[in-house]
Design a protein around this ligand. Structure first.
Ligand SMILES: O=P(O)(O)OC[C@@H](O)[C@@H](O)c1c[nH]c2ccccc12
Length: 259
């Protein structure tokens, strides 16, 4: 089994267990169901930098990136740096994140927050909403077209935006539908960890213009962004490059000031 399949097996178990102790009614009682969503796609369309900065402590491909920051320090720093939005990893086992991280981020900043998670069930979308997210990620590699349709429709019914992640042409073709707001090309193959900006470059022309194009992962230089922009990318998701420094906010600020 590849790592992505393992993560999904664990995730399905996790969701079943969580459903058994926290009922949907409890999630729906959250104040965030009353809160207006902040649109990441609007921010990206208007921005000249397009940076979505990620809070990421570790990953399956890198055992430890940074455990010494607080969520408040990182997210405040990203907001001050001028990021268009922040991605918060909430998976615990593989990424060292939690829904509490999302809640603390929400209490700290007023820019769009992405719940970065392996979503396989509507329940996780309710959790995202209940913890203050403005948008969710759906990963085409682990979902059927019908699942992408029903999960994205459910997200839209809660006024959440949807970022759909693809890694190849087949995933892109099966996924295109009007309930998506942004399409992200992951430069990292989640099954093999191979990273190359060529994945973004090769798929760009096939992403219809109605969707904001986002390039995700493995971006560590201004040159990379300048290479990707002519392909129509408006958003750039960056985690490790900021989190591996001793001041993620400062690193993001220096980076964004050069764009
Ligand atoms: O740290 P990087 O290489 O800048 O990557 C950030 C982000 O794109 C990456 O964390 C990511 C992209 N898609 C995902 C899906 C699940 C978990 C994580 C991810």
């Amino acid at each position: 089994m590849n790592i992505l399949d393992k993560i999904i097996v664990d995730k399905r178990r996790e969701v079943i267990l969580k459903k058994s102790i926290i009922p949907v009614s409890q999630l729906e009682a959250s104040v965030f169901f009353e809160k207006k969503t902040i649109s990441l796609s609007d921010n990206l369309r208007k921005s000249t930098s397009g940076i979505i900065a990620e809070h990421k402590r570790r990953s399956p491909s890198k055992a430890e990136i940074n455990y010494s920051f607080t969520v408040e320090e990182v997210t405040k720093g990203y907001e001050n740096a001028g990021a268009c939005g922040i991605s918060v990893l909430t998976d615990g086992k593989y990424f060292g994140g939690s829904l509490d991280d999302l809640l603390l981020a929400r209490a700290t900043v007023n820019i769009p927050l992405l719940r970065k998670e392996f979503i396989v069930d509507e329940y996780q979308i309710l959790e995202a909403k209940a913890h203050g997210a403005d948008l969710i990620l759906l990963i085409a590699a682990v979902l059927t077209r019908d699942e992408i349709k029903s999960l994205s429709e459910f997200a839209k019914s809660l006024e959440l935006e949807v970022l759909l992640e693809v890694h190849n042409q087949e995933e892109l073709e099966k996924s295109i539908m009007p309930t998506l707001d942004m399409i992200g090309v992951n430069n990292r193959n989640l099954k093999t960890f191979e990273v190359s900006l060529d994945f973004s470059k090769q798929l760009a022309a096939q992403i219809p213009d109605d969707f904001v194009k986002v390039s995700e992962s493995g971006i560590s230089s201004i040159e990379a962004i300048n290479e990707l922009k002519p392909f129509g990318y408006k958003g750039f998701l960056i985690g490790e490059n900021f989190m591996k420094t001793d001041n993620a906010g400062k690193a993001a600020k220096e980076f964004i000031s050069k764009l």
